[in-house]
Design a protein around this ligand. Structure first.
Ligand code: ARG
Length: 407
């Protein structure tokens, strides 16, 4: 008998998918549920899968692997899609695909299945990733094939006496993991409508946040965050604890219209308190310790990296090559960044590093200035302009006289 390994969340869609796959393909269904830090109790999920007809139900805690092999490289690469989305959902998909393929290989299954719809990015990410890992394994997406509406699904489940999960119908489509939470659909589809408070679960409304700011000091060693406020933590603990503190100060809410890889624009809400803090801190430290030309190139590659993660191209030679480049840039990224969290904002207020390229004696305008002021004449020569021409080309800032600005 054919075997199919289904990514099982415990929700209505994937619960219905168990008997549907068994009936449609005459197959044995084995479920896999992964703990990526979504904060849900997974104990009861195994029972639920078996009750719905799964032959076996695997539940795996993959938080550490997710942190170490997916989130951390993306953090070091500065991967933030279209300048705002830290890619929580997108980073989780290749790992889900990897685990499904591994379990399929162990179970001698010929196919894997997932609950993604035909309209989003997630289906592409899982399909492409699993194809890259094992092209022999087929990928089935029941929700792309069955054409059932939600009431149809409930009917289908009842007819097979499968207990429908009793959660009140959530008007939003959400996805959570250690790195953040994605929320879409419902009223959010109107790009003019402000997200109602009830979409947020990880972040407090700035209105109800404490009136005094919190300060966090994040300590990095070679690009890896190791301590928060002097306390050494595992990466998973560190992300968790930053998420709690930043979320309680309203940090990490993102409201954007993004370009999906399937060719449409969509309005998305994200909550990513830890990701916002860590990206801000990491970027700041990098700027402090790496040379300007390297920083420029790295910034360009960050865009590439983010697109690649978003587009499901994790298991590619390009990602591996970019990782090697990024790893080299992290040699000097050691030091501490101090951030202030206050009513929704996250601001860097201090940085220090044994590898700082910042030199007070060169930067200061006070006594002790060691910068050679005549060097500027050299710059003008490098640009190929005689000094007088350069002076004539100086522009007066709008609304200000030359005398006032001293230009
Ligand atoms: N638009 C985001 C992305 O493509 C979030 C997807 C959310 N997924 C979900 N099943 N609700 O990464």
């Amino acid at each position: 008998m054919e075997r199919i390994v289904l990514a099982y969340s415990g929700g209505l869609d994937t619960s219905v998918a168990i008997p549907w796959l068994a009936e449609r393909f005459g197959a044995e269904v084995i479920t896999a549920t992964l703990d990526l830090g979504q904060g849900k109790e997974l104990d009861e999920i195994r029972e639920r899968a078996l009750r719905a007809g799964a032959r076996r139900a695997h539940v795996l805690d993959v938080r550490e692997e997710f942190g170490r092999d997916y989130i951390l490289p993306a953090l070091q690469a500065g991967a933030v899609y279209e300048g705002r989305y830290p890619l929580a959902t997108a980073l989780g998909r290749p790992l889900i695909a990897k685990k499904l393929v591994e379990i399929a290989e162990i179970e001698d299954a010929t196919a894997i299945a997932h609950g993604c719809t035909g309209k989003g990015n997630d289906q592409v990410r899982i399909d492409v990733s699993s194809r890259a890992l094992n092209p022999k394994i087929k990928v089935i997406a029941p929700a792309r094939l069955w054409g059932m509406t939600r009431p149809d699904e409930i009917e289908y489940a009842k007819a097979r006496s499968i207990r429908v999960p009793v959660t009140a119908q959530n008007p939003y489509s959400t996805d959570s993991n250690l790195w953040g939470r994605s929320i879409e659909c419902g009223v959010l589809e109107d790009p003019w409508t402000e997200p109602p408070e009830d979409v947020f679960t990880l972040t407090k409304s700035p209105k109800t946040c404490p009136d005094t700011p919190a300060y966090v000091e994040v300590e990095f060693e070679r690009g890896v965050p190791l301590k928060v406020n002097g306390v050494a933590l595992s990466f998973v603990e560190l992300v968790d604890s930053l998420s709690t503190i930043a979320g309680s100060h309203g940090v990490g809410r993102i409201d954007m219209v993004e370009n999906r890889l399937v060719g449409i624009k969509s309005r998305e809400i994200y909550e990513a308190p830890a990701a916002v803090v860590l990206h801000a801190a990491h970027k700041e430290l990098e700027t402090f310790v790496i040379p300007k030309d390297l920083e420029r190139v790295k910034r360009e590659l960050s865009l590439k990296y983010a697109d690649l993660v978003y587009n499901g191209l994790w298991f590619t030679p390009l990602r591996e090559a970019l990782d090697a480049f990024v790893a080299k840039t992290q040699d000097r990224v050691t030091g501490v960044v101090r951030l202030k969290l206050f009513k929704g904002s996250c601001t860097v207020v201090g940085r220090r590093s044994p590898f700082a390229l910042y030199e007070h004696a060169l930067a200061t305008y006070d006594t002790g200035d060691l910068f050679d002021h005549t060097a500027a004449e050299g710059f003008i020569k490098i640009w190929g302009l005689p000094v007088e021409t350069a002076a004539r080309k100086r522009v007066t800032p709008l609304g200000q006289s030359r005398e006032k600005t001293g230009v």
